[in-house]
Design a protein around this ligand. Structure first.
Ligand code: GLY
Length: 351
């Protein structure tokens, strides 16, 4: 796994090793100020910055710059928005010799990433993720997407950024619930080979999570096998997001899904009771919910999980086991329903 080193300015640096398309992820306070250097290295002549944050949050680019305002949120992840941005870029004369920058949460980096993949059949993109969730997961690895009315992330492309600048100064402004939400993806790293990150400073937790993701993406960029492990806790997590109409946030839902994954692995005899309990301890340590929200029937959750992309003819989950986390198919629906039934229930939704 690529360890997080430090670069010449003291920022933590993780490289996503993809040959000619390799790129750095720089992590730490003030990382955004590397943007001008990154854009100069790309050789961009001018740059369009799509931002869901105020203009004061943007670092100097050193280039002629067009600022396009956006909003975070699933409703902004649409093909209509991609078309709007492409038309704005075209009207401004942006070319393949230029670059695009995204600044915002994961929904913004996803949609801007897809726009960059499509505009002129692909233009360099640099991400400035501003939420913890986007820094540890969404902005790294090249998955870009927008939603359709029929479902989330149904239209997308793999388009790797040229650099990701995870400025931890941005995180100091996050509301408490949004910060805890980001820990959902850090908590699941404990079970996919990143080790115990609980006692590390935030910057090192981010760097270790990114390093684990970078090693998985370098081995399986197109999600043909190993990359599935990044979806630890996500099968139930996605079902919970949908069942609560997205009132439960992604990281919160993944946290509950992680506790469930531990219990299911235990029920299938893949791990012992100590390791099952560790799932709940780790999730609780980060202040995340460990119990199912009230009022959602087990049958509804099972039906939603059957829609998961990993479920072909039967239910499939990424589960811990003697060989570490792996995708396990053909899990009997009855075992899944019984394990869900045995989960504690919260009295209210959310943390
Ligand atoms: N967020 C999961 C992945 O990037 O594959």
């Amino acid at each position: 796994m690529p360890a997080a080193g430090t670069d010449d300015g003291g920022l933590r640096r993780v490289d996503v090793a993809l040959g000619e398309r390799a790129y750095p992820v720089l992590i730490g306070p003030g990382a955004r100020h590397r943007l001008a250097r990154v854009l100069a290295d790309i050789g961009a002549r001018k740059v369009a910055v799509v931002t869901a944050r105020p203009e004061e949050w943007l670092p100097p680019t050193g280039l002629e710059t067009l600022v396009v305002h956006a909003e975070d949120g699933e409703s902004g992840k649409s093909l209509a928005r991609v078309e709007e941005w492409c038309r704005t870029f075209a009207a401004w004369g942006l070319s393949r010799a230029d670059a695009v920058v995204s600044c915002g949460g994961g929904t913004t980096t996803d949609a801007v990433g897809l726009t960059a993949a499509l505009y002129h059949r692909g233009i360099p993109v640099v991400h400035l993720p501003t939420s913890l969730l986007a820094q540890v997961d969404a902005s790294v690895g090249g998955k870009t997407a927008v939603n359709l009315p029929e479902g989330k992330n149904l239209v997308g492309a793999y388009w790797q950024p040229r650099a990701v600048l995870c400025d931890t100064d941005y995180l100091t402004t996050l509301p408490a619930r949004e910060r805890v939400n980001g820990y959902g993806e850090i908590a699941r790293c404990h079970f996919i080979g990143a080790g115990d990150l609980r006692r590390l400073p935030l910057e090192e937790q981010i760097a270790a999570s990114v390093a684990r993701k970078a090693s998985v993406v370098a081995a399986d960029e197109r999600d043909d096998g190993l990359r599935h492990i990044l979806n630890y806790g996500h099968t139930l997590g996605h079902a919970l997001e949908r069942a609560t109409d997205f009132r439960l946030r992604h990281g919160e839902a993944v946290a509950i899904g992680t506790v469930f994954a531990g219990r299911l692995a235990g029920a299938l005899g893949r791990i012992g009771p100590g390791r099952v309990a560790e799932h709940e301890e780790v999730v609780a340590h980060y202040g995340l919910p460990t119990a199912l929200p009230p009022g959602i029937p087990v049958a509804t959750l099972v039906a939603l999980m059957r829609l998961d992309k990993k479920a072909t003819t039967s239910l499939a989950f990424v589960l811990d086991g003697p060989r570490g986390a792996e995708l396990v198919r053909d899990i009997p629906q009855r075992t899944v329903a019984e394990t869900l039934d045995a989960m504690p229930r919260a009295v209210a939704e959310g943390p």
